[in-house]
Write a protein of this length. Sequence first.
Length: 114
Amino acid sequence: MLIRSFNGGGTPACRQVAVDVIFGYVWPMIEINDSLMIHCPQLGGEIPFRYCRTVNDTLPCRRIIPCWEFRTDIVQFLNDHFSVDEMQRFLAPPAKTRIETLIDLIEKAKKIKP
């Protein structure tokens, strides 16, 4: 059974809830896939969907679409739960490459150490 609340524009609001009739537990829709597991190419191990969904300051990993596209309707999930602005933020490439970040960290460490 699915209960949907609607905002003024007629689109599903983020506060949709799914009702698990068997156990009587109410799951917020954003958490419905949290227990699914997948191999993370970035971390090299098995991780739950919840990690992918919240890794970036409560925003998803920027690789969430290619990793999950064959397991669930990830594009629809993202459209239902995140604004266009939020999606642009987490899908954007990082501001610095890994090498640039490492160089910055080394320079900072040199300044701290006399």
